[in-house]
Design a binder for this molecule. Structure first.
Ligand code: SAM
Length: 163
């Protein structure tokens, strides 16, 4: 089944009326609270044994958490808002040996999107308590998705799934 018109809603669906920016601009749906107040305190990559962090959704998007507690692991996307965005070559060790930005997981990139797989500890209303993040306190939240491997599509099968 497909939407015959992009504005059609199926039975039970709920849309909100967010104040969206024009065009292709990403907008933030919440904020991540972590104990990491400086970059030096952030791990390079989050650890599933790390401290509990709190993903706070904008209340408008709280209903979008329905069903999330059936997943143990989530992919969280966030905007590494304190990063510079202009380097094409980077020297992670500061020793003059460079690597291309797209061959690194450095926060320094044209669109500083961070991605972490986290363990969901619990839901507290419009917030999720998770382990496995590596970002500064108050980092803006872009999106949350169930871990791909554990996810079984609930939408009808598509022919393109075979290709
Ligand atoms: N796990 C994500 C990924 O692989 O896409 C991010 C990895 S990045 C190497 C994590 C580092 O980014 C942290 O150790 C910290 O130095 C830096 N960082 C964390 N939050 C940031 C923020 N909001 N703005 C800029 N840099 C940040």
């Amino acid at each position: 089944m497909t939407y015959s018109n992009p504005t059609d809603l199926r039975e039970g669906e709920i849309a909100i009326d967010p104040i969206l920016p024009d065009g292709d601009t990403v907008y933030f749906i919440g904020m991540i609270r972590t104990p990491f107040t400086t970059r030096d305190l952030c791990p390079r990559q989050g650890k599933l044994t790390g401290p509990e962090c709190r993903i706070e959704l904008h209340p408008d998007w709280a209903p979008a958490l329905k069903g999330i507690t059936s997943f143990e692991f989530l992919d969280v996307l966030y905007w590494l808002h304190r990063s510079r965005r202009d380097l094409v070559l980077q020297s992670p060790r500061g020793d003059g040996v460079t690597t291309g930005t797209f061959a690194l997981r450095s926060p320094v990139r044209p669109n500083p999107i961070g991605l972490s797989r986290v363990r969901l500890i619990r839901q507290e209303g419009p917030a999720l308590i998770v382990k496995g993040l590596d970002c500064l306190d108050k980092t803006p939240l872009i999106d949350i998705k169930p871990e791909r491997c554990a996810y079984t599509p609930q939408a009808p099968h598509k022919d393109a799934d075979h290709n």
